[in-house]
Design a binder for this molecule. Structure first.
Ligand SMILES: *[C@@H]1O[C@H](CO)[C@@H](O)[C@H](O)[C@H]1NC(C)=O
Ligand SMILES: *[C@@H]1O[C@H](CO)[C@@H](O)[C@H](O)[C@H]1NC(C)=O
Length: 341
């Protein structure tokens, strides 16, 4: 008989992409049916994360997430406290993986392997974690936003005020920013990877999100905003002459688009936009997105750079003056849907 070839039969999930927001929980399905093994051995389950490019030039990397056999589940250190097999205690044939506290870096392919004796089967599930947290400072000065202002400026930039778990998920991916900002629960916090003078907060020696606790709403800070989804396409446009903000506004309109917001630019940056040329945005700020850091493009880390007027990193550029401002802007083209009747 050919039972050995068909012992494990996974219910393949046709590679439907699982989309979940930052800090949320993803369920990666893996359910299999198997015929009784002659040895009555329980199946061995292994989940592996795969990322990077496949092929000759690309390097594909793998990392084990967990292995399970009968009542022993071993979770690898990098995933400890964040993964479970919620269906497994009741059903050894359900290897569905739950991954919580989602980070952007969790995006990738997840492979589920099932081994019974000498037979094995595998299936892969792609995961995309959406959303980006960004620091926002008022146009005129540092620490100039009340709690109400903080919520408003996020909304004006296609975002909402970030939650503590969203800031934590971003910190877990390496985010470092020494500016205290409002969060949705009316606390004020900032993420520190490398403790340094002026950025210690309540701890001198360890990395972590610093927390000033709950603050009175009229106190003034910066803010952390969260943008989830880009509705449209951000593109860079430039002209030979320098542009004022008003001219930038008109320029986007002449291209059938509108000036992009800061939140939209951060989402476009997360999706890979790289442009070493500062451009106007709808809020009157001048910024540029960098994915491949290079010497003349503002530092060693990827990120969205903001051009400030003052050396202390405050003040958006003068919106009317053409002097020393930009020849470029970032526009948003929203998709037009045509319906066939
Ligand atoms: C497997 O477990 C998941 C998570 O608990 C559950 O949602 C799903 O319905 C289960 N599937 C089957 C076929 O038992
Ligand atoms: C930064 O510099 C500007 C101009 O010199 C000044 O008005 C502002 O108060 C300074 N802000 C901070 C937070 O030091």
């Amino acid at each position: 008989p050919h039972w050995a070839d068909t012992l494990v039969n996974m219910r393949k999930v046709t590679h439907q992409v699982v989309h979940e927001p930052l800090a949320g929980t993803a369920f990666l399905p893996c359910v299999f049916t198997l015929r009784p093994s002659p040895t009555h051995e329980p199946p061995r389950i292994k989940w592996t994360k795969i990322w990077g490019q496949r092929g000759t030039d690309g390097v594909q990397q793998e990392q084990t997430v967990l292995v399970a056999k009968d009542n022993v589940i071993k979770v690898k250190k990098a995933f400890q406290g964040r993964v479970t097999l919620p269906g497994y205690p009741d059903n050894r044939y359900n290897a569905t993986l739950a991954l919580n506290g989602l980070r952007s870096s969790d995006s990738g392919m997840y492979r589920c392997e099932v081994v019974v004796g000498i037979n094995d089967e595998e299936d892969t599930v792609p995961l995309v974690v959406s959303g980006v947290v960004f620091h926002y400072r008022a146009p005129h000065d540092r620490y100039a936003l009340s709690f109400l202002d903080a919520q408003r400026v996020c909304l004006e930039n296609s975002a909402v005020i970030a939650t503590p778990t969203q800031l934590q998920a971003t910190f877990d991916d390496g985010y470092d920013n020494c500016d205290a900002g409002w969060l949705s629960d009316q606390t004020v916090r900032y993420p520190i990877q490398l403790p340094r003078p002026g950025c210690y907060g309540d701890r001198e020696d360890s990395p972590g999100v610093r927390n000033y606790g709950s603050r009175a709403p009229e106190e003034l800070f910066d803010v952390y905003c969260y943008a989830e989804q880009l509705k449209g396409e951000v593109f860079h446009a430039s002209v030979p002459e320098k542009l004022s903000l008003a001219q930038a506004f008109t320029h986007c309109q002449s291209l059938g688009a509108q000036l992009a917001t800061a939140g939209q630019l951060y989402l476009a940056w997360q999706a890979g936009l790289d442009r070493c040329d500062p451009g106007w945005l709808a809020d009157g700020s001048v910024r540029y997105p960098i994915n491949q850091p290079r010497r003349n493009c503002g530092g060693d880390e990827p990120g969205v750079r903001t051009v400030y007027q003052n050396p202390n990193r405050t003040g958006f550029p003068d919106t009317t003056s053409l002097f020393d401002t930009s020849r470029s802007n970032f526009c948003l083209r929203t998709f037009v849907l045509y319906f066939k009747c």
